[in-house]
Design a protein around this ligand. Sequence first.
Ligand code: NDP
Length: 247
Amino acid sequence: MKNVANKVVLITGASSGIGEATARLLAQQGAIVVLGARRTERLESIVHDIQQAGGRAAYREVDVADAEQVKAFVSFAKDTFGHVDVIFNNAGIMPLSPMNALKTDEWNNIIDINIKGVLHGIAAVLPVMEQQGHGQIINTASTGAHAVGSSCAVYCASKYAVWAISEGLRQECNNIRVTVLSPGVTTTELGHDITDEAAAGLVQQLRTMSLEAESVANAVLYAISQPNDVEASEIVIRSASSFGHAF
Ligand code: NDP
């Protein structure tokens, strides 16, 4: 695929779902993928698969809520492969609940991972990309960055924030392409951490109109493979069966 081969692409949240599917797809297309997440046994196994298939990949444990760990993740990629062409800030969680359940620890985790995690990724790569004179930052928002639903207030707020941060960054960046990716409901492990029963039921319902993670990975591939003078600044992708629904 044009403009993908030999690029060093860092992916957070690469141990399952959209991040894993993207790592596998980009490696097939000749990119060098650097996978990050907390579950290293998963990362090790995905990297093993990619290498067995002739692809190039490495992994490093990273908790995106910790700015120093994200910095170390980016330094690891740069020291190992010499440069950083793309970061896909994709790690996220979705412990949905109604506001009056007062799950304040979960609210804080959403803020720390979904918002600060993306900021930490941006902070770690910007100096590197500015020095290189090129780069691409792709942030995973959601259709929940465009609409709010009951039990989704804090999660959607985090994704509205990712959208706003991405758009502001895009306006400030000259030689660095910025893409905000908003997938609709996708079949992954997202929501496994929901502790509110009603919210868990809602997610089960939404899953009946779900995209496959591979389809979202294709959208990432599209954004990276555009010519250098083309910025796919925003991509919204939904299941065709989501008619009548916001997500
Ligand atoms: P998964 O739960 O399958 O993947 C989430 C990934 O994020 C995992 O690899 C997980 O790895 C990682 N992650 C979570 N917390 C952290 C952390 N603190 N540090 C590092 N990595 C972390 O779900 P998806 O693939 O669906 O989610 C990927 C992104 O897509 C998220 O941002 C999500 O909000 C977004 N999204 C998903 C949609 C869906 O319907 N599935 C729709 C719209 C957007 P580990 O636990 O090993 O750290």
